[in-house]
Design a binder for this molecule. Structure first.
Ligand SMILES: [Ca+2]
Ligand SMILES: [Ca+2]
Length: 321
């Protein structure tokens, strides 16, 4: 079992609670951002195509900035302030969340940087205020980076796509978390790039004890990748670029709904002690979720293409629990 210093602090839970209150009263379901009228023939489902799941979230991240009103209207929170996980004293900066042109459209960019000091360390995180995702299919197209855009390489950082809920008490069995975590320069006992998928039953912050299981590959995953994980009554399956990467079962299945999260954060400042500023980018082209439906990676791609063909950059028909 991996020992790691990551702590999921009450601050994260507080942020989720605040986000929920903020979202209440906002009608975010079933909104379509763009698209021209098309005739029915064009909208018809092709023969053999996957039946559209009744409840879906799709976001192509077509926004202008971290303070674009549409971003919060669509249920996203850009984290600010301090707190864990990662370097004590580091800050979470909303202005380091930007939107760039790539992959034939707009992508979310999380830029995290450091000058080798805690106060000069900037982490980034974007998550759904809604805690309504449990069994079903989660997907995102993510670009990992092995090297900083400039400056010295070697920092121990984590680039992620995950779902999580709050730990209501130490070793609370109803805690749930499912992670894709890429460490481009090692950490958590690894000496070089490693991709972890981790499924959690629960944990105790102090003294640290984790009840989880993980599957890892010690290889470079720099560049764009299709990440999918599915959860049903018996298993959690993680796929990367259509390949089954890991399968986990009980006692690691979820008991309660979760939020969807992306973040990039420095574990510590021991991998590179230079004080020359450097920054890393993690990008996300889209996120997709289908409630209570296990889709194959090919079926996920089909649904993403269908939404794009309809001119839909955002839709959320996932019911609150
Ligand atoms: Ca659990
Ligand atoms: Ca996009």
């Amino acid at each position: 079992m991996r020992h790691r210093t990551r702590t999921l602090t009450p601050r994260r839970c507080a942020a989720l609670g605040a986000g929920l209150a903020l979202l209440a009263g906002l009608g975010v379901a079933g909104t379509s951002q763009a698209g021209e009228p098309k005739d029915e023939a064009e909208n018809a489902t092709a023969p053999g195509a996957v039946e559209p799941p009744a409840q879906e979230l799709f976001d192509d991240f077509s926004y202008s900035a971290h303070d674009d009103p549409a971003l919060s209207q669509h249920g996203w929170v850009v984290r600010t302030g301090g707190g864990g996980p990662g370097v004590p004293g580091a800050g979470w900066l909303a202005e380091n969340v930007t939107f760039a042109q790539d992959e034939g459209g707009t992508v979310l960019n999380l830029e995290s940087g450091t000058d080798g000091t805690p106060e000069g360390t900037e982490q980034t995180e974007v998550f759904t205020s809604a805690v309504k995702f449990e069994q079903g299919t989660y997907a995102a197209r993510v670009r990992f980076s092995d090297e900083p855009r400039s400056g010295p390489d070697g920092d121990r950082l984590v680039q992620t796509f995950f779902s999580i809920n709050d730990l209501r008490a130490p070793m609370d069995p109803d805690y749930s978390e499912y992670d894709f975590e890429y460490l481009p320069n090692g950490g958590w006992g690894e000496t070089d790039h490693t991709l972890f998928t981790t499924s959690w039953d629960t944990y105790r912050p102090d003294p640290w004890e984790a009840v989880n299981t993980h599957t890892k590959e010690q290889d470079s995953f720099a560049g764009w990748h299709d990440l999918v994980f599915t959860i049903d009554e018996t298993s959690v399956r993680y796929y990367i670029d259509g390949r089954l990467f890991a399968e986990h079962g009980e006692p690691y299945l979820p008991e309660r709904p979760m939020s969807i999260n992306f973040n990039q954060w420095f574990i510590d400042l021991l991998g590179q002690t230079d004080t020359t500023p450097r920054a890393y980018d993690q990008q996300v082209d889209y996120v997709y979720y289908a409630a209570d439906t296990v889709l194959s990676p090919d079926e996920v791609s089909e649904r993403v293409t269908a939404h794009r063909d309809e001119g839909t950059a955002f839709t959320d028909t996932v019911a609150a629990p």
